[in-house]
Design a protein around this ligand. Structure first.
Ligand code: PMV
Length: 312
């Protein structure tokens, strides 16, 4: 059995969401793939295909394992453990899990949440148990909390429910209808501009010190209000760029991110950094009439480009 799981981007409202304002996140078709099959014996074998790493465990160990001792395997292991414990299963047959991912890591696209949610779906199906999305999202959130100590529902919820979510006070609301239809018609580029120089927590702490941050967050919220009424790509792109300008005032952008956003503005409908900032990714709304020039300009910048669409 093979299960493909999306990743996510924040369209608007990163950092503001930490202070009780809303953010809009979107599931995208940059995916991770998890394959599971039963094997003879009483072992669990995990293969991280992209990293060329494998781990073998005895089935008896999984229910009480401390996943934080297992480096790159930790999200997958924690997801297996929590799913088996939640479903109250006594695992008797061994299995092998193969994980591959197209999602760049540590740049705000929810690569670990994608693996986590994918593993929960795969393992529960393997045991012929049908979990509801609410249960999957909750289990995913618990995994992130166990591994990171602290977690936001943004990644695990967006990746579980797909489509567009409004996040506020660690709760979400799915946005459907016209806005979702509009975004479905949009083509985006995710541009991995540069490695992040700082961790999310560090950037959040730096933003906390900015005196007029509330003023900025209120303006971002207004952008969100306007974006939800839009079904015009040109206007939507301009709102993305406006959000980027405000994020610059929070000092979380970098010259490289600004350069890529500038290219996105000149050859696309608009662009902004996405996620915590300090490097990482830019999201560009593609203007198909100028897509070739956009790609040509971006290719001069030593960046990684991922074409993507909303997935629901
Ligand atoms: O770590 P990232 O890039 O997924 O960004 C998190 C978004 C923030 O608003 C900066 C933090 C948060 O917890 O919402």
């Amino acid at each position: 059995m093979i299960i493909e799981t999306p990743s996510k981007v924040i369209l608007f409202g990163e950092h503001a969401v930490v202070y009780g304002y809303r953010a809009i996140s979107m599931a995208i078709d940059l995916t991770s793939t998890i394959e599971i099959r039963d094997i003879d014996g009483n072992e669990i074998i995990l293969n991280l295909n992209d990293l060329n790493k494998s781990l073998r465990l005895n089935l008896n160990e999984i229910k009480n394992i401390n996943p934080n001792n297992f480096g790159d395997f930790k999200y997958c292991l924690c997801a297996i453990k929590n799913t088996i414990n939640y479903l109250n299963i006594e695992p008797k047959t061994g299995f092998e899990i193969n994980i591959s991912s197209k999602i760049p890591i540590s740049c705000g696209l929810g690569s670990s949440a994608s693996i986590t949610i994918g593993t929960i779906r795969t393992v529960s199906k393997f045991y012929n148990k049908q979990l509801k999305d609410d249960e999957i999202a909750k289990l995913g959130y618990m995994v992130e909390k166990e591994i990171q100590g602290k977690a936001s529902i943004t990644d695990t919820s967006t990746i579980t429910y797909k489509g567009i979510l409004e996040i506020k006070n660690n709760k979400f609301k799915k946005i459907e209808g016209k806005f979702e239809e509009f975004l479905k018609s949009c083509k985006f580029l995710i541009v991995y501009a540069e490695k992040r120089k700082k961790k999310t927590a560090e950037l959040v702490n730096e933003v906390a010190k900015i005196e007029n941050k509330d003023e900025i967050f209120k303006k971002i919220d207004k952008i969100i209000e306007n974006s939800l009424k839009t079904d015009n790509k040109e206007d939507f792109g301009k709102l993305m760029t406006k959000n980027h300008e405000l994020l610059k005032k929070l000092n979380i952008s970098t010259p490289k991110l600004d350069k890529v956003v500038d290219i996105g503005n000149r050859f696309g409908f608009g662009a902004k950094l996405t996620g915590a900032g300090g490097g990482g990714c830019v999201i560009i709304l593609v203007n198909e009439e100028k897509e070739k020039e956009l790609l040509k300009e971006l290719n001069k910048e030593n960046v990684k480009i991922f074409k993507c669409k909303m997935i629901n």
